[in-house]
Each structure stands twice: as C-alpha cells, then as structure tokens.
Design a protein around this ligand. Structure first.
Ligand SMILES: Nc1nc2c(ncn2[C@@H]2O[C@H](COP(=O)(O)OP(=O)(O)OP(=O)(O)O)[C@@H](O)[C@H]2O)c(=O)[nH]1
Ligand SMILES: [Mg+2]
Length: 405
C-alpha cells in the first residue's frame, strides 16, 4: 500500500507514494534543506488519518512547531486528538524537563532512545504510524560510533515494522567517511537525494529518487525545487519565456496567470520586461514576457537565454501576426525547448482555429496550440491588458509545466 507524501512530483516518481513499513531516507547534501520535506509529508499523512511520532534531537519541539507554522501549517489540532506526538530527545541536553508526551533525558543514550521509541510505538500499535527521525546525522554525532548507530538501526527496523510504522529519516551528509555514508545508503529501502547545483554559491536545488526497493524500475529524473514560505516544497521553474507580436495579449496572459506580476507599459504597450510569479499545482514558476514591438528585437535572444520553456501568444484574429510570431520565436533562440502556442482572442469574430494557425505558422505537431479568450471579451478595453479565462490559462500552464519537468 502506497502512502502519498503530498510532495509535488515525488509521488509520481515513486509510482503513487512511499510503501508502508519501508524505511525512507531523505539524504541531503550540506546546505540543502530537508525539513520542509518531512513537514509536508507528515501533514499529508495526518490529513489522511495516520498518526505521527516525531523524534527530535537537535532542536526544541517548540521550534519544530514554529517551523511547521512558518510554512503555513499547524499540528496543534492533531496533538489535541493524540494523533501527533513528539519524542523529545533534546530538552534533556539543555538540562530542562521535557513537556512532551515521550522523552529521553539522557539524550546520548541510544538504548534509552530505542526503549522510549518502542514505548511510543506500542501506544499507537493498531494505527498506521509515521515516525520521523530528525535527525539521523545527530544520532551519529552524539550517540556513539557510526557502526553502533547503524547496528542499532538494523535492530530497530523490525520492531518499527512490527508496530505497523513507517520510519522516515532525515540525514545531512556532513564530512563522514565514505564507508559510513555507503553503509547508511545500503541500510534503507528508499533514498530520496536532495542536492544542489553549486558555483561558489548554491544556484539551484533538486531532488531525485535513487533507491526504492519496491519499484521494479526507478524513474531517474531530477526535480528542481524551492521552498515557499508559506507553501512548502515547490517544483521550481525559474524561467518561462512569454513572447509574441505586439498586442497579442502577453501582458494580459502574465497578469492572469500570476499571483504577483509587474509590467512596464507606456500608452498600453509594454516597453520593458513583463514579469510574473506563478504558484500553481505544486509548481513555483517565474514568467518573463518580451515586449512585442520590433524595436526591441535586439534583446530577444538575451531574454530567451536560460529559459526552460516558451509560451508564444498570438492574436487568433490577426493572421498577419503569425509570421511575426514565428520570427520572434526564432529570434529568442529557444526552439527545441518545450513550447506552447496560446491562440488568444479565440472567442472574437474572425478568430482562426488552431488547425488553420498551425498550417500558416508551419508549426510542428509537438507544439500544442491552445485557444484562450478573455473572461469578458466585451469589457476588454483598448490599450489595457484584460483578464483571461482562468481555465484557459491553467490549460496552458499545466500543459507546459508537465512538458518541462
Ligand atoms: N477581446 C479580447 N481582447 C483581448 C484579449 N486578450 C487581450 N486583449 C486586449 O488586447 C490588447 C493587448 O493586450 P496586451 O495584453 O497588452 O498585449 P501585449 O501582447 O502585452 O501587447 P504589447 O506589450 O504591446 O506587445 C488589450 O487591449 C487587451 O485588453 C482577449 O482574449 N479578448
Ligand atoms: Mg504587453
């Protein structure tokens, strides 16, 4: 049985979610955040009716509650219903008495931690339980040699499974020796790697699934991500280019698609970049729009660089613009990237159908043409961007994002 994590794209890579009772390791490179992955997963499981035990040994439980809130969620209702409980392995380190349901005061004693974990699991034994271990790196640093901890993990796993629990471990690969890291990687059923592309600074984060014992075939795919606060883990597409002729509806599209957008318009036409940020279906995406007038053509290639996908806006009622749309698309040097043509103003009289547009634009079959129209065409004002139909906009966004990632 698969447990949906609610982390965008991860469930897809895992063919539905994590398998119940299998051990899962979020293995992150130093500097890459793994906590929001655990928070998103535990919240999703609580909402599905599972129970959660959260073992924490590197910060106060109160800090965990705070960080979960910071992402926009709240576990207090689940705590009241006894569906979420901490195993506090931190307060003792500060010499404080824990206020949590489960705790260990001798925070370096792995046997005591194991004992209290079994005690907690026993209390939830007939439930579906997720156990978060935040963090495995700290267990290695504080509670003994890596060999001792790994041996203890192996000893503990059957108990965890016996109590119908699914363990999720958070681990940051600090400077441990290679043998330890290899041993850790072989000790888990599933590994989700969280990595960074770095050039002196971290440029981008991505995750992939490098092991899942229950799958016959792994989907090897790197998923770029970003943490939104509020929001959680988002699949991140830093640049989608929106181009097309003068007056086609680029600014209208970007404003209709975005949660926040900025344009520099003069007398109703864009005279600099359009920019919008889209938060949609687990994706976090930046849209960049080119101005449509010919005098801006010299900068089109620059605007196109580093784009991961392209939306070409055309005015379906204006066939003379199709040739221009083609030329602009070529000038951006983005051909070959995932692209969609948005056939705007499609509800107006004289609007051409996608098949006709495809013919005139000589577009290859792998570039979809999707009709778009204004929410209220009669109210669209001259020289003023208008609101486009939400459903049409979403068709374009989901179509393109799925092609990009
Ligand atoms: N009726 C109707 N009007 C639209 C539609 N989309 C855009 N318009 C109108 O077309 C005009 C141009 O829209 P914009 O979004 O500014 O077009 P643009 O591509 O950004 O134009 P430039 O920045 O000048 O290149 C505006 O007057 C809009 O109100 C539509 O689907 N239906
Ligand atoms: Mg514009």
């Amino acid at each position: 049985m698969y447990l949906k994590t609610g982390i965008p794209k991860l469930d897809e890579l895992l063919d539905g979610g994590i398998a119940r009772n299998k051990s899962i390791l979020f293995y992150s490179s130093p500097g890459v955040e793994n906590l929001p992955f655990a928070y998103q997963l535990l919240l999703n499981r609580l909402e599905q009716g599972d129970h959660v035990i959260y073992m924490v040994n590197n910060k106060k439980p109160e800090s965990v509650r705070y960080m979960i809130k910071n992402i926009g969620w709240d576990v207090s209702e689940f705590e009241k219903k006894d569906k979420f409980a901490f195993l506090d392995v931190y307060s003792g380190l500060l010499g404080e008495k824990s206020k949590e349901k489960f705790s260990v005061s001798d925070t370096a004693n792995i046997d005591k931690i194991q004992e209290e974990l079994i005690n907690a699991l026993r209390q939830y034994k007939n439930k579906n339980t997720i156990v978060i271990f935040d963090s495995l790196s700290n267990l290695l640093d504080i509670c003994g040699t890596p060999e001792d901890i790994i041996a203890c993990l192996h000893e503990c796993m059957p108990d965890i499974k016996r109590f119908n629990a699914t363990p999720i471990f958070l681990f940051t690969a600090w400077a441990y020796d290679k043998k330890t890291l290899d041993k850790i990687r072989t000790s888990f059923d599933c590994i989700i790697d969280l990595k960074a592309i770095e050039r002196k600074i971290i440029l981008r984060n991505y995750f992939n699934v490098s092991k899942a014992s229950w799958l016959r075939k792994l989907r090897r795919k790197d998923i770029p991500f970003k943490i939104s606060r509020p929001g959680g883990v988002r699949v991140y597409i830093p640049k989608i280019l929106v181009t097309g002729p003068f007056n086609a509806g680029k600014t209208s599209f970007i404003h209709s698609a975005s949660t926040s957008a900025v344009s520099v318009d003069r007398l109703g036409t864009t005279v600099a970049l359009d920019h919008g940020h889209v938060d949609f279906k687990g994706f976090s995406v930046d849209l960049w729009g080119t101005p449509g007038q010919k005098r801006f053509d010299p900068i089109l290639e620059q605007l196109g660089s580093e784009s991961l996908g392209v939306i070409v806006l055309v005015d379906s009622t204006s066939p003379e613009g199709f040739e221009r749309a083609r030329a602009m698309f070529e000038l951006t040097k983005t051909q070959g990237l995932p692209s969609i043509v948005a056939a705007n103003k499609s509800s107006l009289k004289g609007a051409m159908k996608p098949v006709e547009i495809r013919k005139i634009m000589k577009l290859p079959k792998d570039i979809p043409i999707i009709p778009v129209s204004a929410e209220n065409p009669k109210k669209a004002m001259k020289n003023h961007p208008c609101k486009l139909k939400q459903k049409d906009v979403e068709n374009i966004l989901s179509g393109l994002f799925e092609m990009v990632i």
